[in-house]
Design a protein around this ligand. Structure first.
Ligand code: GCO
Length: 452
């Protein structure tokens, strides 16, 4: 058993989590820069000021990716590195960094996949109301145009926005991520609408200006429920629950985001439940939001679950296997999520993130032995293969993350990388899983099916 030859075997990172150089070469502040300096919100008072120093070490990091045979690298751009105030004057040194990184990747035979926005919102725009301000749509479109003009002669794959569920849900609903706010539901709904409009307008800008024929998507975190059994009524119940509007949070929903994009309308249950908290929808909004896409980019780590339960959420039980994040290990989430998402939206799927945090360290032999991560990857990739064998078109798999990095409010304790980072020395050590992934890629996935 093998994956198809042109399968995109990739790895991912995000600007704030790896770059560091938070004040260097004209970069402006973003909300994570601003709201982590007080040491109050992130584990151990940590922040991304230095992170993995990828800004200075990107050539070394690309060389590691090349040595592993990685086909594509999903990176995100720091909006405030390119536009220090979010709008207005361009920081040419910021653009140059990304141009150099793209050139380094292409020279290494690695396809750059660009995420335009991965949570590091320009502080200056936050002070102008951020996503609450409808002007945010034009701000994002202007930023997108600058990036497309600079990079689209070499970049073909574009993801507009990463996980609006999380940056809105944690950033503005439950307050656990920057800018650590808890806003009223009507304001959250309005932000979601402006994020969707921004996505749509960015798609339009890319289509109209890209020099290289673009392939455009996003990176949503929309895992589905796993049915209790393969009995038709259990499957149907899981499907229904996966797209029903769960009002415990506006942002942490699936159809709330994907239906406007693919159907040009909000899901009826959400409209009913939110009532007068629904955002104002102007003429043309839904057409703008539902610009055609080339793929459905999805981040999947675990099955969707209702965490309100006092004891065990779905797929969890006494002593169940969990990652260092505490997330249950549910490989079947890849099969069922892809099945339900493809049946509903009918788009080829790119796994834009999947991975595991494990308590890694460099051992006495100087290596990082991480058999749990290798087993996790095997289990999840087998379910991905099962989805493809059942007719679901999957264009690639992107491991999160190429290297250990800043895991948001959890700081640096949580290590997801295929490459271990010593944050005192910035020394990189390829983990056993990194060599395993090399063998997965070289064998078109064949080693995934070996039990040893
Ligand atoms: C996300 C983000 C990543 C995280 C990763 C592990 O999906 O939450 O895209 O930035 O670091 O998922 O939580």
């Amino acid at each position: 058993m093998r994956f198809k030859k042109d399968f995109l075997w990739g790895a991912a990172s995000a600007s704030y989590q790896v770059e560091g150089a938070y004040l260097e070469d004209g970069k402006g502040l973003n909300i994570w820069d601003a709201y982590t300096q007080d040491g109050g919100h992130v584990m151990h008072g940590e922040n991304g000021n230095v992170a993995c120093d990828h800004y200075h070490r990107f050539r070394e990091d690309v060389a590691i990716m090349k040595s592993l045979g990685i086909k594509d690298y999903r990176l995100s751009l720091s909006w405030s590195r390119i536009l220090p105030n979010g709008i207005g004057k361009v920081n040419e040194k910021g653009l140059q960094f990304y141009s150099d990184l793209v050139d380094e990747l292409l020279a290494a035979g690695i396809e750059p996949l660009i995420t335009l926005f991965h949570w590091d919102y320009p502080l200056a725009l936050h002070h102008k109301g951020g996503w609450l301000n409808r002007e945010s749509v034009d701000w994002f479109a202007t930023y997108t145009k600058i990036v497309v003009d600079a990079l689209s002669d070499r970049v073909q794959y574009w993801m507009t926005i990463n996980e609006p569920q999380v940056f809105i849900g944690n950033g503005y609903e439950n307050g656990s991520f920057a800018p650590f706010l808890k806003l009223p539901q009507a304001e959250v709904a309005r932000m979601c609408h402006h994020v969707l409009l921004s996505h749509g307008k960015a798609v339009q800008v890319i289509r109209e200006n890209a020099k290289k024929s673009p392939k455009i998507g996003f990176a949503m975190v929309t895992p589905c429920y796993t049915p209790k059994s393969e009995a038709p009524n259990d499957v149907e119940q899981a499907r229904q629950k996966s797209f029903a509007f769960d009002s415990t949070s506006i942002a942490f929903n699936n159809a709330w985001w994907a239906d406007p994009i693919f159907f040009g309308k909000y899901p009826e249950d959400a409209v009913q439940i939110l009532g007068n908290k629904m955002p104002e929808i102007l003429d043309g909004d839904m057409e703008m939001i539902s610009q055609p896409l080339d793929f459905y980019g999805v981040n999947i780590y675990e099955s969707r679950a209702n965490y309100a339960s006092k004891t065990y959420a779905e797929n969890t039980y006494l002593g169940c296997p969990r990652t260092q994040m505490g997330w249950p290990i549910t490989p079947e989430a890849l099969y069922w999520s892809l099945k339900f998402l493809y049946e509903r939206y009918g788009k080829p799927i790119l796994i834009t993130e999947n991975g595991i945090a494990v308590t890694d360290w460099v051992q006495l032999d100087g290596k990082v032995h991480d058999p749990q991560r290798m087993d996790y990857m095997k289990q999840y990739l087998r379910e991905l293969y099962r989805a493809m064998q059942n007719g679901i078109p999957v264009i690639g798999y992107t491991y999160w993350s190429i290297m250990d990095n800043f895991e948001w409010a959890s700081g640096y304790d949580k290590r997801f990388g295929l490459v271990y980072v010593n944050y005192q020395t910035q020394e990189r050590t390829i983990k056993d899983s990194g060599y395993f992934y090399r063998d997965v890629i070289a064998s078109d996935g064949k080693v995934v099916f070996a039990d040893s």
